[in-house]
Design a protein around this ligand. Structure first.
Ligand code: ADP
Ligand code: MG
Length: 690
């Protein structure tokens, strides 16, 4: 049977149950899904550089003179130094923890390496580059290298993808003919073959091919977005809120602080929306720590006060839990004083079945007024008595259709979308051009600026011993320590991982309670660690970036970020935003990687120099690229598989325009798009706003 793009991935030769499981776990079910896993880089063996070019990642042909291996068992570290020539340039290539390469260099006096040279101690040095033998009969002139998918490494993936492309017979084409012509895009099967196996690697050519897929992805996103938008536009108001003097008094009494002027403005804009004859669609944009939650709670209170239900959708269990706890504190005084009782509850993926059933019942009969939760709230079985107010926090983690799904749970609900990502104005327009926007710029008063410092990796031990004293001492500090990886990576050997550093930290902080969270833990375990950290039972929290979004522990004032240069600017800013939330003086310590690049350096300097999220986002947009690892860098913009809103902003805007034209003129739709739109229409059909 001929292999087609929509065939299940296990129809590819070489994909058995074991690989299928790994693929499925990583969101890959069809042949097409797999083929969208583009090479992370290409090595063109015909293009080895003749001499060293400093600071640029390149392929070099190495003539080895001698080498030496030093092992440090205590620190579980081995350093292999290879002295060699490239053309007439004398160089040194250093490998960390790659002692098995000794055998390779015993056998090979020549080799290709792919890496970057920089001057260190007056020596021209490359740190742990990739190594290839000169002769490999199976190798094509240009070889793709892939990021791992689960445990599947580049070599295995290359074979499977090769098999798929060899057998692929497909006339399928999602893009209309006119678009292909207009942009001079190749057909989809041709493009896939050329991206995975370019006969010769020409960066410009591959980039052009990738644009086709980026365009494709953005176009479908825009079609769905605009279709749903058009549908929701001007939904007549059903819910009439009681917005009166008494409500204002209640809000004032419940709030533990005075609203900032920006918060007040946002509330005023929101209230004005709620008094209009169409449902609210408002985006609440504000940097981390500006106090968006208070505005959201006021929205929910307004709904409950008017005898309607409210829902708060958070991107992670941790956040849902945290908001729920805060909400109980916020609404409880009212309950205690015998005022109108407001019942809050929480529903997530880990809510036990019995609990879930009770909550389902109480949402349907209106016993629960305000529900917090994750996408578990979107489950079909969940229905409301009279849902009127929906808050979506950190919305970029949710797809448009998920947003719509919650929307359907009520009739003509009012929607408030809160985002912590300071999306630059230009991009904001292309994403939310028909949402009204409230912006919170200033942070609550009394906050001290966060002191950000770029550290010297050579003095890392010294730093952590000092940190231990700070935590044990009278100040009783709490610290976050962020590492980029869960386990060591074969490509990026200079990155520290939780797995390899856990022992080190246990040693340093031996008498201090410490929590370690990573993507590997169940969400219950993660929540428990964060709760313990908030309560002070844990004083050091070692984590990957899972804590990036929204965690609020007021008395945690120290943030340490390892391999800090490997994060995007916005992500660094988000991470730093976890501290500086209380009265304490906060500090953020950035440890660079040993082989930090110039652009990495610039990123760290930028973050150290300013705390203004909008400014950082603008700079981020300008200096994108250069040393940021894809996959590590989920900096909070919409997650696309191939495209990136910042790199590919022009394509995004093309798609916005083209999608509008395609929706307006059915003559522009091909069979695929007609089906695609019919699918969305199907999802929306059940709705009845009258
Ligand atoms: P974000 O905008 O990042 O969601 P939060 O809503 O979590 O920010 O607020 C950050 C912190 O600031 C919280 O601890 C909150 O209690 C506090 N906060 C919010 N508004 C004010 C205010 N007007 N005055 C003082 N503290 C405030
Ligand atoms: Mg928040």
């Amino acid at each position: 049977m001929a292999l087609q793009l929509h065939s299940p991935v296990n129809q590819i030769k070489g994909v058995g149950d074991k690989y299928l499981q790994i693929f499925n776990k990583n969101g890959i079910s069809s042949v097409f899904d797999l083929l969208l896993h583009f090479p992370a880089l290409y090595i063109d063996f015909s293009q080895a550089a003749a001499g060293v070019e400093m600071g640029v990642k390149k392929l070099y042909r190495l003539e080895v003179n001698n080498f030496n291996l030093a092992r440090h068992f205590g620190r579980r570290l081995s350093i292999l130094k290879v002295n060699a020539h490239i053309g007439t340039d004398k160089v040194q290539v250093v490998f960390f923890n790659k002692h098995y390469l000794v055998d390779f260099f015993k056998e090979h006096k020549q080799a290709y390496i792919y890496g970057t040279f920089e001057m260190r101690d007056k020596t021209c040095q490359a740190n742990t580059p990739l190594v290839f033998s000169l002769t490999d009969p199976e190798r094509e002139p240009a070889t793709p290298l892939y990021d791992k998918i689960g445990a599947l490494k580049s070599g295995v993936l290359k074979k499977i993808i090769d098999n798929a492309l060899r057998e692929l017979q497909d006339t399928f084409e999602p893009l209309p003919q006119r678009i292909l012509q207009q942009y001079a895009f190749p057909g989809i099967a041709t493009a896939l073959k050329a991206v995975h196996f370019p006969r010769q690697y020409e960066p410009g050519q591959v980039q052009k091919l990738k644009q086709r897929f980026i365009y494709n992805e953005f176009l479908l996103f825009q079609l769905e977005l605009q279709y749903i938008r058009n549908f929701f536009k001007k939904v007549p108001r059903i819910h009439r809120y009681k917005i009166d003097k008494n409500l204002k008094a209640v809000i004032k009494e419940l709030l533990p602080f005075k609203l900032t002027p920006d918060q007040k403005t946002a509330c005023r804009e929101m209230t004005a929306d709620l008094e209009k004859d169409v449902a609210m669609q408002r985006l609440l944009q504000g940097d981390v720590g500006t106090g968006k939650t208070a505005v959201a709670f006021i929205a929910l209170l307004t709904a409950a006060y008017s005898d309607f239900q409210g829902a708060f959708l958070a991107p992670t269990e941790i956040l849902a839990q945290q908001h729920f706890i805060n909400a109980q504190k916020f609404f409880n005084p009212l309950n205690a004083k015998g005022g109108a009782v407001i019942t809050c509850d929480i529903l997530t993926g880990s809510t036990p079945a019995k609990e879930r059933e009770r909550i389902r019942r109480q949402l349907a009969d209106g016993t629960i007024h305000i529900i917090f939760g994750t996408h578990a709230l979107l489950n079909e079985s969940i229905g409301f008595k009279n849902l009127a107010m929906v808050i979506i926090d950190e919305q970029h983690r949710f797809g448009v259709s998920q947003r719509a799904a919650l929307y359907y749970k009520g009739k003509a609900v009012d929607l408030l979308v809160a985002t912590a990502t300071p999306i630059p104005r230009t991009m904001l327009l292309s994403l939310y051009n028909d949402l009204s926007v409230s912006i919170i710029k200033t942070k609550p008063r009394g906050r001290l600026p966060i002191m950000t410092k770029i550290m010297d990796v050579a003095r890392r031990d010294e730093f952590y011993h000092w940190l231990r004293k700070k935590i044990q001492g009278e100040e009783g500090e709490k610290a976050y320590i962020i590492l980029p990886l869960i386990e060591d990576s074969e490509f990026f050997t200079e990155l520290r991982s939780i797995e390899s550093e856990a022992g080190y930290f246990k040693d340093i902080f031996k008498d201090i309670p410490m929590g370690i969270i990573s993507g590997r833990l169940s969400s219950v375990e993660k929540d428990a660690a964060i709760e313990d950290f908030a309560a002070g039972k844990i004083r050091v929290l070692v984590s990957t970036t899972v804590i990036e979004v929204g965690i609020d522990v007021k008395d945690a004032a120290i943030m340490v970020i390892e391999n800090a240069d490997r994060y995007g600017l916005s992500q660094l800013h988000q991470l730093r935003g976890r501290v500086g939330r209380g009265e304490r003086q906060s500090h953020c310590y950035l440890f660079p990687s040993p082989n930090i690049t110039e652009s990495g350096q610039r990123r760290l300097q930028t973050v150290a120099a300013t705390e203004d999220g909008f400014k950082i986002a603008e700079i981020d947009l300008k200096m994108r690229g250069g040393g940021i690892i894809t996959g590590l860098e989920q900096s909070g913009y919409l997650d696309f598989r191939v495209g990136d809103m910042r790199d590919d902003h022009e394509i995004f805007n093309d798609c916005r325009r083209d999608a509008a034209a395609i929706l307006a003129d059915p003559g522009l739709q091909n069979e695929y798009l007609i089906n695609f739109l019919a699918g969305i229409k199907g999802k929306l059909k059940e709705l009845n706003f009258s």
